[in-house]
Design a protein around this ligand. Structure first.
Ligand code: ADP
Ligand code: AMP
Length: 218
């Protein structure tokens, strides 16, 4: 099964992608994570993307299209993938259609996580991850069971993203509503859009998504 999770920054895409990964055995493809890895490794792509990401703007289409096209060919994607943070523009969506056609793959469902913009800043500013295994947490909404210790790998080191601040958030939200939100109409017209309320508790969102995945799988 191949699916897209779409929604503004902080909507819960990464959180839900991890859950779907473990339930359905399909792989999460987050362009944000891939770009952050490229920045850390100091590759050409990373150098090109670093400042743009820090400002909260979008990296050029051809960069992310290239990354995803290569990644989808990897063997771990053969059982299916969850696109998290891609596509983010209409040209990226068109390129995805072309590459899936060329690779004889199809998109099963697009899940929109709908969240009131007023909630997003609080979600983003409180977000942090385990520095070792990447498990996601939140200062208020998803604390580790034992304070300061990762539930998954017991590491005591955590990290916050440099772009997760109230100032950059405005640029990121603007990019979402200007460049990404037209994709909601695009996928609605194609008939594979399903909308889920992203403002309820994490496990409730999980259950709502699961219903759509079961239906999409037939
Ligand atoms: P995205 O990948 O869409 O940017 P994340 O999945 O990283 O968003 O979620 C942003 C933050 O909000 C994280 O700290 C996460 O723990 C928290 N979060 C995710 N979903 C919910 C939810 N339904 N209710 C409350 N907090 C949530
Ligand atoms: P995310 O982790 O999805 O919040 O993405 C972090 C940042 O990476 C974004 O603010 C963009 O600068 C960049 N980025 C990630 N995915 C894309 C994409 N599909 N198109 C353009 N820029 C992207």
């Amino acid at each position: 099964m191949n699916l897209i999770l779409i929604g503004p920054p902080g909507a819960g895409k990464g959180t839900q992608a991890k859950q779907i990964e473990s339930t359905h055995g399909i792989v999460q493809l987050s362009t944000g994570d891939m770009l952050r890895a490229a920045v850390k490794a100091g590759t050409e792509v990373g150098k090109r993307a670093e400042l743009i990401m820090k400002k909260g703007e979008l990296v050029p289409d051809e960069v992310v299209i290239g990354i995803i096209s290569d990644r989808i060919d990897q063997p771990d994607c053969h059982h299916g993938f969850i696109l998290d943070g891609f596509p983010r523009t209409l040209p990226q969506a068109a390129a995805l259609d072309d590459m899936l056609r060329a690779k004889s793959k199809k998109l099963d469902v697009v899940i929109e996580l709908k969240v009131d913009p007023k909630l997003l800043v609080e979600r983003i500013v409180g977000r942090y991850t385990c520095a070792k295994c990447g498990e996601g947490y939140h200062d208020v909404f998803k604390k580790p069971e034992k304070s300061g210790v990762c539930d998954v790998c017991s590491s005591t080191e955590f990290a916050r993203r440099p772009d997760d601040n109230a100032e950059t958030m405005n640029t990121r939200l603007m990019a979402y509503y200007r460049d990404t939100s037209p994709l909601i109409g695009y996928y609605f017209c194609k008939g594979n859009l399903r909308t889920v309320d992203g403002m309820v508790a994490i496990d409730q969102v999980e259950r709502a998504i699961e219903k759509h995945l079961v239906e999409a799988r037939g």
